[in-house]
Design a binder for this molecule. Structure first.
Ligand SMILES: Nc1ncnc2c1ncn2[C@@H]1O[C@H](COP(=O)(O)OP(=O)(O)O)[C@@H](O)[C@H]1O
Ligand SMILES: [Mg+2]
Length: 278
């Protein structure tokens, strides 16, 4: 189902205009705690004032470049999420503006037709990076790939579906030894194929650290770096993804298929790059 993102964007846009007009003070951007600086806190409170977000109820993960939290939707958020068949709790992913590796992320933005002209200003690149994850998750969920449905993006904040049961997030494949089976491998390779063929995307950071396991089903997460298959390095990234997954299963004694055969199967009908219309 198509998320009702336009409406959300419009309402948030009004807020952003108001914020832009205000004089920003440098202390607003200083990091107060590990993840939430004052600027981010302001974005969060605007989401709360507009009723999209309720309270943040817990921390799921706190990494170098992002913090991932459990949260309640606000009343307006609940209304908008009905169309997505989503309800509380949800996930709030906050990108840390001070530690994102710009040199690294530019490789995944340059060459993507969706982002041909962009400002090189630091905060614009961060916003683009977050929008890119939103766009990739949106595209993937429309193609019925197992990913969290994105709800909305605001500056360095992304709201999305919680992948979990009874409010508890699913575990990572890396920490779910029971899930390291032939069936899981087959499903991951099939999802990678569907991602390429139906959503025209390559994950580009596929690993047991970016796959959640829920009741025997693998879910892909963490898609800021995912690229369209027309990206000049898309096939190189796909090969690396396949190698990461296949070697993980192979090292744990699972019988694995030949990497190049899988690559050929996925890309067999790959159209001429120049004919791809996005
Ligand atoms: N939608 C989600 N549902 C449940 N857990 C999630 C979700 N998104 C992220 N997580 C958890 O948060 C962690 C970090 O998220 P991820 O998107 O991989 O960010 P990073 O870029 O910091 O690796 C993941 O390893 C996973 O445990
Ligand atoms: Mg990750």
């Amino acid at each position: 189902m198509k998320p009702n993102d336009k409406k959300i964007w419009n309402i948030i846009g009004q807020d952003e205009d108001r914020w832009r007009k205000k004089k920003k003070r440098s202390e607003d951007f200083q990091t107060v705690d590990a993840v939430i600086d004052l600027y981010t806190a302001k974005q969060l409170s605007q989401l709360q004032e507009k009723g999209f977000l309720g309270s943040i109820t817990g921390t799921i993960a706190s990494g170098k470049e992002s913090g991932v939290f459990l949260a309640e939707l606000g009343p307006e958020g609940e209304k908008n999420c009905e169309a997505l068949s989503l309800s509380s709790p949800i996930v709030v992913k906050i990108f840390r503006t001070s530690t994102l590796n710009f040199k690294q992320i530019i490789h995944y933005i340059d060459g993507d037709r969706r982002f041909q002209k962009y400002s090189k200003k630091t905060h614009h690149i961060i916003n683009l990076w977050v929008e890119k994850e939103y766009s990739n998750l949106h595209r993937s969920s429309l193609a019925e790939i197992n990913v969290p449905k994105p709800i909305l993006v605001k500056k360095n904040i992304l709201l999305m579906e919680l992948l979990g049961k009874d409010g508890v997030p699913y575990p990572l494949l890396r920490y779910t030894p029971d899930a390291v089976t032939k069936s899981t491998l087959t499903q991951i390779l099939d999802q990678t194929k569907q991602l390429f063929q139906r959503a025209n995307l390559v994950h580009a950071d596929l690993s047991p650290f970016n796959i959640l396991m829920g009741d025997g089903t693998p879910y892909f997460i963490d898609m800021s770096q995912s690229v369209l298959f027309s990206h000049p390095k898309a096939l190189e990234f796909l090969k690396r993804d396949l190698r990461n997954i296949i070697s993980f299963f192979s090292m744990r004694g699972i019988e694995v298929p030949d990497e190049s055969e899988i690559f050929d199967e996925i890309t067999r009908d790959y159209p001429d790059r120049d004919l791809i219309i996005q």
